[in-house]
Design a protein around this ligand. Structure first.
Ligand code: NDP
Ligand code: AKG
Ligand code: MG
Length: 474
């Protein structure tokens, strides 16, 4: 089954039942070291994870690490351009959970992202990136402790599908000509628009299936959170991209009000219900006026539609969600993407799970990580129904590679997510305690050290930070 690697002699595979991992006491877990700073952060993370498992479970549990290859290291082992060998794909499929360091993707041309390929090949459709504040972490934000959000990013489609053509390419020009001559004129809403012939062209597919399976996981996660955090915000730029991003919002609400009808309330429904709770005699029209800004300026047809919406909500969920019952449900709302970037800064406490399409989630997860200490503190998981790969939010940070300098916190916290996913909570908790205590005692790497007041001089090395975390287990 494997050409150039050999699975561990001890341990066994993690399997799945009904989408949940079944984890033996000695699982074999494949790991990819990663390019750039992967040489620094992966060994540090592995050391911390092993120490936590040993400290929590003694000889009863352990991880058998299985080294697999991708990126530069894969080319060294398998030959030129062998960036993602079949051995690697086979191992991830066989063992069910993997963890990886970052992999380089060239800008402009060259190969497509290996990181994205791993997500697409394994159908890891939910990219889960928690951004939570560890006390004592320096932050450019005044109240970082108020931010506790989890970005749920759709991970398999959007422009990351990589269907695009460069300016001047044969297929690109053919497509532009077809669009300009046949397709755009056939759609009156496009008017006389034309695509410049010297344009590059990219396709942005957003499917109902892809959107709803992501939102489903986001709502399921919200249901497991304590009440004040039982919220899911659908993030989109649907005012501009109506049939992709706007549709993501609509499909999210459709799922909310069908599959999760008993458990959820939408923000707009909550306004309608609370208007009636506060004024039981309110007319349908006054209720419609209260929920729709600019109602009086709408055409009669549009006003009738809002009145109908109010009537439908009251008829269908007053008994089950009215009289305050909606306050115990998961609140699903939506925000336009540009606005959410300022909202998480100005009103961080009002958000919890942010369900996004691929590109918006990519941007938003870096921005949210910055608020709680930076990319060195940004973990992540790529989750599917029969496989999961854990990795940091950040990339290879090439200028720091091999210097034993960067913060391994993001990969270590990705390890925490992995342990929690495996149900090894005691080991995960030890690592969280170790990180908290190390930061609180100002034992940090350069990225946090330079933001502290006064700055920590000299900062810990990457490997030293790992040792500090382990020191605080007990
Ligand atoms: N999943 C993956 O494997 C990902 C891969 N990439 C790839 O990584 C490569 C480099 O991307 P780039 O845009 O430079 O983004 P990076 O995320 O690699 O680095 C940007 C900056 O973030 C800070 N940073 C990153 N990692 C850490 C860390 N562990 N500790 C402290 N600070 C950190 C550094 O800031 P400073 O220097 O200011 O201290 C660094 O210069 C590209 O090829 C890109 O495609 C990008 C994202 C994800
Ligand atoms: O694959 C890459 O190189 C970048 C991916 C990325 O930025 C991300 O997943 O956050
Ligand atoms: Mg990114």
């Amino acid at each position: 089954m494997y050409e150039k690697i050999s699975p561990c002699q001890t341990g066994s595979a993690i399997t799945y039942k009904d989408g949940q991992p079944i984890v033996p006491d000695n699982p074999i877990i494949p790991f990819i070291r990663g390019d750039g700073t992967g040489v620094d952060i992966w060994p540090a993370a592995q050391k911390v994870i092993d120490a936590a498992v040993e400290c929590a479970y003694g000889a009863d549990r352990s991880i058998s690490w299985f080294k697999i290859y991708a990126g530069d290291e894969a080319c060294e082992k398998y030959g030129t351009y062998q960036y993602l060998p079949q051995d690697t794909l086979n191992a991830i499929k066989e063992y069910g959970i993997a963890i990886k360091g970052p992999l380089t993707t060239p800008v402009g041309g060259g190969m497509r992202s290996l990181n994205v390929a791993l997500r697409q090949i394994n159908d890891l459709y939910a990219c889960v990136r928690p951004c939570k504040y560890y006390p004592g972490t320096p932050s450019p934000h005044k109240t970082p402790e108020k931010l506790d959000v989890i970005v749920y990013r759709e991970n398999t489609e959007d422009i990351y599908l990589g269907i695009e053509w460069p300016k001047g390419s044969e297929v690109g020009e053919k497509l532009i000509t077809l669009l300009n001559q046949d397709l755009i004129p056939a759609t009156p809403e496009h008017g006389k628009k034309q695509i410049p012939l010297d344009a590059g062209i990219g396709i942005k597919p957003i499917s109902k299936t892809g959107s709803q399976r992501l939102v489903r996981r986001a709502i399921q996660h919200a249901l497991r959170l304590p009440k004040p955090k039982q919220m899911v915000t659908l993030v989109h730029k649907g005012n501009i991209m109506k049939y992709t991003e706007g549709a993501f919002r609509d499909w999210g609400y459709e799922l909310t009000t069908t599959e999760f009808r008993a458990e959820c309330i939408t923000e707009r429904e909550s306004w309608i219900l609370s208007n009636k709770e506060q004024n039981p005699d309110i007319t349908l029209e006054d209720n419609a006026r209260a929920i729709e800004p600019g109602y009086d300026a709408l055409t009669p047809e549009k006003q009738a539609k809002v009145i109908q919406e109010v009537e439908n909500v009251l008829n269908s969920i007053w008994d089950t969600h009215g009289q305050g019952q909606w306050q115990d449900k998961v609140m699903v709302n939506d925000r336009i993407a540009d606005s959410i970037f300022q909202q998480i800064q100005t009103r961080p406490a009002e958000y919890s799970i942010l369900a996004t399409m691929n590109l918006n989630g990519d941007y938003l997860s870096d921005a949210a990580a910055a608020m709680v200490g930076g990319l060195g503190m940004g973990p992540g998981a790529n989750i599917g129904d029969t496989c999961a790969i854990f990795e940091a939010t950040h990339g290879t940070a090439p200028k720091h590679a091999g210097l034993d300098r960067v913060n391994p916190g993001s990969v270590i916290l990705s390890g925490v997510m992995m342990l929690e996913y495996m149900g090894w909570q005691e080991a995960a908790d030890l690592i969280k305690k170790g990180i908290s205590d190390a930061i609180a005692n100002r034992e940090v790497t350069y990225d946090l050290a330079r933001m502290m007041t006064p700055p920590v001089e000299p900062p810990l090395k990457c490997s030293e930070f790992a040792e500090a975390i382990i020191k605080y287990f007990s």
